[in-house]
Design a binder for this molecule. Structure first.
Ligand code: ATP
Ligand code: MG
Ligand code: FE
Length: 337
């Protein structure tokens, strides 16, 4: 089965051609980062308009690079949520139009479930059940993946997402957008034990997260240093902040894997490409006898290959979507229309 996947939930316009769910024939990603950089974050209307401009070219390029004809496509998959409504509608409408004209089945995909499925592409042998830590720009979830397309949420953030915290702290220390990769890099030059920031574990048995207290603590620290006229060591702030995020993520993820009695732990979402998070998890998982999986960086951040993979497994399970499917900006994991 040849699947065309389309993704436009935020600031990446992407189209991919996937063979039998797991083999990438093409994965074209057009990023708008340079456009949104000057605003310090994604401007929704600008994003929607840019998607409209580039989507046809991105799809054509994906078909061309896969060395197929559009007619060879057997299934069209598109993200329909969560994300920015105007951005989602562009990819969703394009996907429907193509499926309709080709007379081929269409399936709407949950973007976060797509992030999880990136692991299937990266690891051909990986099969559920497993535990997954989803750490993206807008979500932080611990999920038990029972089977293909079957998800149980164990915990989620009660306020900010991990990626959001990275982006906000990066902005506060003047690093630019998106902040995650920049903090990742700068932290390598800093001392992670330099500043003691709070590590929030919540209740003993909770798999939930909270990062807003940490964010305030970092901002307070920066204010205090500024008021006292003291020089701020940005690399130490980046490293100490990152340490506080990672320690909690790693401990809870390993605990969740043991709780689920699965010896497989997967990482997903943009923050899954963080080098310190990966290093620490590699260490802890080795100690606990857990096999760790994560996608390469290009499949961690937004891309259509993961959407095509997710759509393929939905289709294999007998699911398709109606052409009346609408964008759902706050779509929940496991929710089906
Ligand atoms: P969502 O998937 O929740 O809708 P999104 O699509 O905007 O949100 P992703 O594309 O999954 O998010 O990831 C982007 C986020 O990942 C940004 O917050 C970015 O700062 C973060 N990120 C990317 N690379 C790294 C890294 N190396 N270290 C830390 N964070 C990173
Ligand atoms: Mg993005
Ligand atoms: Fe994403």
């Amino acid at each position: 089965i040849i699947t065309l996947g389309i993704e436009s939930s935020c600031d990446e316009t992407s189209a991919a051609i996937i063979l039998n769910g797991r083999e990438i024939l093409s994965n074209i990603i057009s990023s708008q980062i340079d456009i949104h950089k000057k605003f310090g974050g994604v401007v929704p209307e600008v994003a929607s308009r840019k998607h409209v401009e580039v989507i046809s070219n991105v799809i054509n390029e994906a078909v061309k690079e896969a060395n197929i004809k559009l007619n060879d496509v057997n299934l069209v998959a598109s993200t329909y949520g969560p994300g920015l409504v105007g951005a989602l509608l562009v990819g969703l409408s394009a996907a429907k139009g193509i499926a309709m004209s080709l007379n081929k089945p269409f399936i709407g995909v949950n973007h976060i479930e797509g992030h999880i499925c990136a692991n299937y592409i990266a690891h051909k042998e990986l099969e559920p059940p497993f535990t997954c830590l989803v750490v993206s720009g807008g979500h932080t979830h611990l999920i038990y993946v029972k089977d293909y397309g079957e998800y149980e949420i164990l915990g989620r953030t009660r306020d900010d997402a991990a990626g959001e915290a990275y982006d906000k702290i990066a902005r506060a220390i003047g690093l630019g957008y998106p902040g995650g990769p920049l903090i990742d890099k700068l932290a390598k030059e800093g001392n992670k034990f330099a500043i003691e920031f709070p590590k929030v574990y919540l209740e003993d048995d909770s798999f939930d997260f909270s990062f807003s207290g940490l964010k305030s603590a970092v901002l307070n620290y920066l204010n205090k240093m500024n008021m006292q006229g003291q020089e701020i060591n940005k690399a130490d702030v980046a490293a100490s902040f990152q340490q506080a995020v990672i320690e909690v993520l790693v401990n809870k993820a390993v605990k969740a894997a043991k709780f689920n009695k699965t010896d497989k732990l997967c990482l997903a979402g943009g923050v899954a490409s963080n080098s310190a998070l990966r290093e620490e998890l590699v260490k802890q998982c080795r100690k606990e006898g857990i096999s760790l999986f994560y996608p390469p960086a290009v499949l961690c951040t937004d891309n259509a290959a993961m959407i095509a993979c997710c759509g393929y497994y939905e289709y294999i399970k007998g699911r398709t979507s109606a052409f009346s499917l609408n964008a759902v900006p706050s779509l929940k994991i496991g929710e089906r229309d």
